[in-house]
Design a protein around this ligand. Structure first.
Ligand SMILES: [Fe+2]
Ligand SMILES: [Fe+2]
Length: 199
């Protein structure tokens, strides 16, 4: 079940990245860190390009779709998660707008951006938890070896360049996460890491 391993790895990486970004925003808020506007923009572009545009579509196509074809169990939670996947653009637009207002120097722009990011983080915590607790057990129960073979190939073909990111907790780790993040953001901000920049 390579697909499952990649899915969990992408969830853990995203949780580590979100944790690092919240730490950075807190440090900016407390005046201990100068905002790096290129990094902030890279972060939103990365979230759009990979978690939103690659990770969820892989789940829809290679896991949720086949599960729905095998059983009616879990139909409600799948509908809920698919609706959340479909709201990706709106989520990113809200974050982009808050960042733009902050970067334009609007009054309370920083506080509003910080709140928008907290809401984004909380959304992901719940979304990933629901997938892991409610959907994964059903996948294990109902998907056939053929379903898994297709899912394994689909997940392996479209990997997140931030995969394997872990938080050991130190400030140095955050620095490493952020340089990876800038590199992983699509051009022209980042390098559009690896072979996955083809769309
Ligand atoms: Fe998802
Ligand atoms: Fe997910």
């Amino acid at each position: 079940m390579e697909a499952m391993r990649i899915l969990m790895d992408e969830h853990q990486s995203l949780a580590a990245i979100i944790h690092a970004i919240r730490y950075m925003i807190k440090e900016i808020g407390e005046g201990r860190l100068e905002p790096d506007h290129k990094l902030l923009k890279a972060m939103v572009e990365y979230l759009d390009a990979y978690p939103e545009k690659r990770h969820h579509p892989k789940e829809d196509e290679f896991l949720f779709g086949p599960l729905r074809a095998r059983t009616e169990e879990g139909a409600e939670v799948l509908a809920h998660l698919e609706r959340e996947h479909a709201e990706a653009d709106a989520r990113i637009k809200t974050l982009e707008a808050a960042l733009a207002r902050y970067q334009a120097g609007e009054p309370c722009g920083f506080e509003a951006f910080s709140e928008a990011f907290d809401a984004y983080a909380e959304f992901y915590r719940l979304h990933m938890m629901t997938e892991e607790r409610e959907v994964i057990p059903l996948l294990i129960k109902y998907l056939t070896p053929e379903d898994w073979a297709r899912a394994d190939a689909g997940f392996a073909a479209n990997r997140d360049p931030m995969g394997g990111t872990r938080n050991a907790g130190g400030q140095e780790d955050f620095g490493r996460i952020f340089s990876k993040l800038v590199a992983a953001a699509p051009a022209p901000i980042g390098l559009g890491a690896g072979p996955y920049k083809d769309d």
